[in-house]
Design a protein around this ligand. Structure first.
Ligand code: NAD
Ligand code: SF4
Length: 426
């Protein structure tokens, strides 16, 4: 049974022309903004901290704490940047949010900008998502026309300009500092952290970078209050969450439920496994989170629950695979993706993903050798913790977890060839 307090973030998605400002206002939109503008910015930061909202882009960093890091009285401009470059394989929650309810994001942007004292915000969207860029631009124009954006927002004395920026489709530009470089007009490659963007971000000024779903939650917190938000989810991971289900499920799509909902409950909402073929393995939060199996169907999907069970919540992109799918094949496809998207800045990731693909392709083609599994794990060991950004670590997750749970399948691919070789040498 799913918590009756949800849906929150997706409640407007079924409204006719849900993306228009008329629908948004008719359904209670832009009512949090006047309340926020009457509060002191620090009160809003405190409310966000009290709500326990954590970043929905994957890492789960406490949002209010991040806002609180922005130095005040430093004389520098402050910026808000929305990471809408949703690129993690299987992740499809932010683009649907921006398509169905762009004004919840824009109202969140205005409130957050006011809280961190920023007069400029950018929404960085994947370049391929042209439909989404058009919709956001339309919504931004509507918000300007109604006085929610621009000079003297709602007569408060607060000025805010918002720009929608199209990326160019590089996965690495979802990494916040590569995104900032790209926004500044440079090639998108991760920067060394620290300094974190909170102190030195866009144009070396204090910058909050937050995910779409995180900021779209903000108007609901301002209206509902921190305690209401905490009624959903679990103690250290409160609030509602959009889980995206794809793969072998009867009804793939986005399902909103409180943090901590299990895959078993989500599958109930999605009509179960497609054609009743049993589950074999799944990703809790995109392919850079270690795989789970049928044994993990009752793991509470929040930051702590997923970590205690040996994975990560990530982007809650649940890719579901039934027992017809070969694990080494799926792992190879993900690794090909990471190799292609590696920005090449650091050696372990650039060279390591290349070799991982070589080995996996050889194994899947039936030409694996007895030492391939050890070599794969050795290369993974030399990437994990030795790469410049999270892409390197993420790339090894499907391999190490795939071998952990399904070693026999990898061995079978190696054994096949060993037998052929033994036969040839006899
Ligand atoms: P991170 O843990 O390094 O940082 C998370 C956030 O907290 C960042 O904004 C960072 O600036 C901030 N932060 C952390 N420590 C700080 C400090 N001491 N002071 C100030 N700010 C601090 O994680 P990350 O590398 O930004 O992101 C990794 C996550 O991204 C992974 O968990 C993965 O699930 C996710 N991811 C998401 C997508 C997507 O499409 N949404 C794609 C790839 C990866
Ligand atoms: Fe680039 Fe990969 Fe190094 Fe990240 S880990 S900086 S993507 S080469």
């Amino acid at each position: 049974m799913v918590d009756p307090l949800t849906p929150v973030l997706t409640k407007r998605w079924t409204e006719p022309r849900s993306w228009t400002i008329e629908t948004y206002e008719r359904t209670g939109g832009y009512t949090a903004l006047p309340k926020a503008l009457k509060a002191h910015p620090d009160q809003l930061i405190q409310q966000c901290k009290d709500s326990g909202l954590r970043g929905r882009g994957g890492a789960g960093f406490p949002t209010g704490m991040k806002w609180g890091f922005i130095p005040q009285g430093d004389g520098k401009p402050h910026y808000l940047v929305i990471n809408a470059d949703e690129g993690e394989p299987g992740t499809c929650k932010d683009i649907p949010t921006m398509m169905a309810d762009p004004h919840s994001l824009i109202e969140g942007v205005i409130i957050t900008s006011y809280a961190i004292r920023a007069n400029f915000a950018a929404i960085y969207v994947r370049g391929e998502a042209l439909h989404c860029i058009r919709r956001l631009n339309g919504a931004v124009r509507e918000a300007y026309a109604k006085g929610y954006l621009g000079k003297d927002v709602l007569g408060s004395g607060f000025d805010l300009d918002v720009v929608v920026h199209a990326g160019a489709g590089a996965y690495i530009c979802g990494e916040e500092t590569a995104l900032l470089d790209s926004l500044e007009g440079r090639r998108g490659q991760p920067r060394l952290k620290p300094p974190f963007p909170a102190t030195s971000g866009l144009y070396a000024s204090p910058t909050v970078v937050n995910n779409v779903e995180t900021i779209a939650s903000v108007p609901f917190i301002v209206n509902g209050g921190a305690d209401w938000f905490r009624e959903m989810g679990r103690d250290r991971s409160p609030g509602p969450k959009i889980y995206s289900l794809s793969g072998h499920v009867t009804n793939p799509g986005q399902y909103e439920a409180p943090m901590g909902t299990t895959l078993r409950q989500l599958l109930d909402m999605a009509g179960g496994m497609k054609d009743g073929v049993p589950l074999k393995f799944w990703t809790p939060g995109g392919s850079s989170t270690p795989l789970f199996t049928a044994e993990h169907m009752d793991v509470p999907l929040d930051f702590e629950g997923a970590a205690e069970a040996g994975s990560m919540l990530g982007t809650t992109a649940i890719q579901v695979f039934n027992e017809t799918v070969s694990v080494p094949w799926a792992v190879m496809k993900w690794t090909e993706f990471y190799k292609h998207e590696s920005c090449g800045k650091c050696t372990p990731c650039r060279e390591g993903t290349y070799w991982l693909v070589q080995i996996l392709q050889r194994m899947v083609a039936g030409n694996g050798t007895a030492s391939d599994i050890d070599t794969l794990l050795d290369v993974c060991d030399n990437i994990l913790g030795r790469s410049f950004c999270a892409l390197g670590d993420g790339a090894v997750s499907p391999i190490t977890s795939g071998i952990k749970y399904f070693k026999d399948e990898f061995l079978a691919l190696c054994d096949q060839n060993s037998k052929v070789l033994a036969g040839a040498n006899a």
